[in-house]
Design a protein around this ligand. Structure first.
Ligand code: ADP
Ligand code: MG
Length: 732
């Protein structure tokens, strides 16, 4: 390797020689063009980032019409034309220099910035990684100007040309000088989809601007909106009527300086909408941004309230005082940071929750009307059309798939022979809800009877709430994990330690009762054989109690337990979505909290306690016990592998040492295994920590009704009150 010093002397950097101490490498100043190209690569990460910057500039210029043309996913050409105020010809020489902007002059202006751009970096960056040509005309000019740029400077004097109002910016050969980046972006279709998605989002929020986006050489635009004043109309145009019809308007606001100040309005999907993934279109102070915490918080509400529609469509526009938003935290301005984010998220979460609660009733109503209309079959067909931009699908189950009522073609079906049946019977059941209940009862005669014991269990949960703890749970702030079992929470001026295992166990238990007989399923990738797992669990128990080691006996117990669980299989499947097949394999488990799967290392204990701890005779006790066993299985226990972060690391070393003593000559394999185990443990612990913060706590806020016992059994422990701490600090 060689480094060229500024004065032209070449210094060889050889391998360090043992005799002489290696000299430190020289530090040199990077060439400015290299610096600029590196910086540009950060601002313009992919073609879609260039499009975003260009469209934002057009919006900043007050345009009412913006059109985008893309060739080869943006690598060959991106062209954005607008009808905004244009660029003065005298500004053209410095237009594409770094840090030239018309939107910011003092740092303080950032506090009140309303425009989307402010860094004066976007156009400059594009000239370092592509070829940029600008054509622009300002109001009252006879002609426009066209000029091309490279590396921040004009390639020639601006040339007069004919131009229509506004600005057209063309970026060609993006990343021509960044081979690696170009290679990773080869899949042109992928980026074009991203660009279409981006323009769709802008078009919804800026519904008074007309947008179009198309591929070069193709006449038909993939996004095309006309100026409309309603956001819902814009959504309809872009995502299709099937999406727009399943949306509800939502608003929320807060005006409490000690919590948060904001106004939100938007649209969220109802129970009829399903899709493979969530679509979240979020604008904060008119800026298109992402906020994972808010998205996740809303998803949690959906998965618990409408498990079948748990991937929602969300469009939200949030406005807050500009001094509460820091827009300058991300190179592409994709994220912003907000003052009082947690409180804002919680208020929005509550608004979404109450909206969804109400929509549950609306849903039955809608289905009823559909079923009464004779043309329902046609409507249902149309509903399932796929919307072009989002790839989402409306999920209204066509009525004719649920109950056979195909009136147009009765032949070959059983009810063709029922035509003599008195019409009155049909009329009696004309309301679909009652038909549905009747069908359900026939398929599942026990359901209505069983509900009483479940209702009793639900009532018991409600009556046993500790109001003080409920208040803490609802409005606490999560601080972090204190150790393997306790998390730290703040509520008002108090700090609490909370036993994560206990609260998650209780939360899961309560959710099982609430979702009774209505679970989604987790399909195990490989069926888990009961007898073997039960033997494992029995061995573990014997180890714990130091009991005997009779393999035969264990085998027998395992077989008996397997038989017992197989016998109860039908009930377990129907009410708890626990599927045990005839071969004695566990194949399916229930979804208790969306985005959470139990730690499969605990399956053996789960099966053993399912077989041993349940009183199968008494209905209510039986349901309660099964729910508790599930609750314990799904709770956020520390992973089985010791935590490598603390002293646990010894565990991983020990294995290696043992291997060395057994086989000194070749311990490579063992070495790898050790690393693998360590990596596995690290992932398991990191995953759990993430789950606790992002799944457990948001769900707990919404759903946990803490029982009185938690106030005294060490689940919640108050560790400090800030007032007292301040007093102590004052004395220091
Ligand atoms: P920023 O948007 O942060 O100011 P840019 O590099 O994106 O930085 O743009 C630099 C300047 O060029 C802008 O401040 C604006 O004055 C001008 N400009 C860019 N695009 C347009 C456009 N489409 N119409 C009018 N002016 C534009
Ligand atoms: Mg800009």
């Amino acid at each position: 390797m060689e480094v060229r010093e500024p004065d032209g002397v070449t210094v060889a950097m050889g391998e360090p020689v043992a005799a002489s101490v290696a000299e430190p490498p020289r530090i040199v100043r990077l060439d400015e063009s290299v610096v600029n190209r590196i910086a540009a690569g950060e601002v313009i990460q992919r073609p879609v980032s260039a499009v975003k910057e260009l469209v934002e500039n057009s919006l900043d210029a007050g345009s009412t019409s913006i059109s985008v043309v893309v060739k080869d996913g943006g690598l060959k050409l991106i062209q954005v034309s607008d009808n905004g105020h244009g660029i003065r010809s005298e500004d053209l020489p410095i237009l594409c220099e770094r840090h030239t902007t018309s939107k910011l002059s003092a740092y303080e202006d950032l506090q009140s910035i309303k425009s989307m751009g402010f860094r004066g970096e976007a156009l400059a960056s594009m000239t370092y990684v592509g070829h940029v040509t600008v054509t622009t005309i300002t109001e009252g000019q006879m002609h426009g100007y066209r000029v091309s740029y490279r590396d921040g400077v004009m390639e020639h004097e601006p040339k007069p040309c004919a131009a229509v109002r506004g600005t057209q910016i063309m970026v060609e050969n993006l990343f021509y000088n960044m081979i690696a980046r170009r290679k990773t972006l080869q899949n042109a279709n992928d980026d074009y989809t991203k660009i279409v998605d981006l323009i769709s989002r802008f078009a919804i929020h800026n519904s008074s601007v007309s947008f179009s986006c198309r591929k070069h050489g193709v006449n038909r635009a993939d996004v095309h909106t006309v100026t409309t004043l309603s956001k819902l109309d814009a959504i309809k145009t872009i995502y299709g009527i099937s999406v727009a019809r399943d949306l509800m308007e939502i608003t929320a606001s807060d005006d409490n300086p000690s919590q948060s100040i904001f106004e939100m309005n938007g649209f969220i999907s109802n129970a009829n909408y399903t899709a493979k993934k969530t679509t979240m279109i979020l604008f904060i102070n008119d800026r298109l941004v992402e906020c994972t915490a808010l998205k996740r918080a809303i998803e949690v509400v959906y998965s618990s309230t409408l498990p079948k529609a748990s991937r929602p469509f969300i469009y939200m526009s949030i406005k807050l005082p500009s001094e509460h938003v820091d827009v300058n935290i991300h190179p592409t301005k994709r994220e912003v940071s907000l003052l009082n984010q947690e409180s804002l998220i919680e208020t929005i979460q509550n608004a979404v929750e109450s909206k969804l609660m109400n929509c549950n009733t609306t849903r039955t109503f809608q289905t009823q009307t559909v079923s009464c209309a004779p043309a329902s079959n046609f409507t249902a067909r149309k509903d399932t059309q796929i919307s072009p931009a989002s790839g989402t699908k409306s999920q209204k189950v066509p009525v004719n798939q649920m109950v056979r009522t195909d009136s147009r073609d009765p032949f070959g079906r059983l009810h063709a022979y029922w035509q003599d049946c008195p019409a009155s019977q049909h009329e009696k059941k004309s309301d679909l809800a009652s038909v549905r209940i009747a069908v359900r009862q026939r398929r599942n005669p026990r359901e209505s009877a069983d509900l009483t014991s479940i209702h009793e269990l639900l009532n018991e949960i409600d009556q046993n709430i500790h109001p003080g703890l409920l208040e803490i749970v609802k409005s606490c702030t999560y601080i972090g994990l204190a150790d393997e079992v306790f998390a730290l929470l703040q509520h008002n001026t108090h700090l609490y330690l909370v036993n994560v295992v206990n609260v998650s166990k209780e939360l899961m238990y309560q959710q099982v009762i609430r979702r009774f007989a209505h679970f989604n399923a987790i399909q195990l990738s490989e069926p888990a054989p009961l007898p073997e797992l039960l033997i494992l669990a029995l061995k573990d128990e014997d180890l714990d109690s130091g009991g005997d080691n009779d393999d035969e006996l264990r085998k027998k117990i395992a077989e008996m337990n397997t038989e017992l669980l197989k016998q109860k299989g039908e009930m377990l499947e129907e009410y708890f979505c626990i599927n045990i097949n005839q071969e004695g394999n566990l194949t399916r488990l229930p979804v208790i909290l969306e985005q959470h799967t139990p730690d499969m290392d605990h399956i053996p204990e789960f099966l053993l306690s399912l077989a041993n701890d349940v009183d199968w005779e008494n209905e209510k006790e039986c349901f309660q016990a099964i729910s508790a066993v599930l609750g314990n299985f799904y709770a956020m226990h520390p992973p089985v592998l010791p935590n490598p972060a603390g002293n646990g690391i010894e565990y991983y070393k020990k294995i290696k040492d043992k291997a060395v003593s057994i086989d000194d000559a070749d311990n490579h394999g063992q070495d790898d295994l050790d690393q693998e185990l360590l990596a596995e443990a690290e992932t398991a612990w990191a995953q759990r920590e993430w789950n606790i913060q992002h799944v457990l706590f948001p769900s707990m806020r919404l759903f946990l009704k803490p029982p009185k016992s938690m106030a005294t059994d060490g689940t919640f422990i108050q560790v400090a009150s800030l007032e007292k701490l301040y007093k102590i600090f004052e004395r220091c």
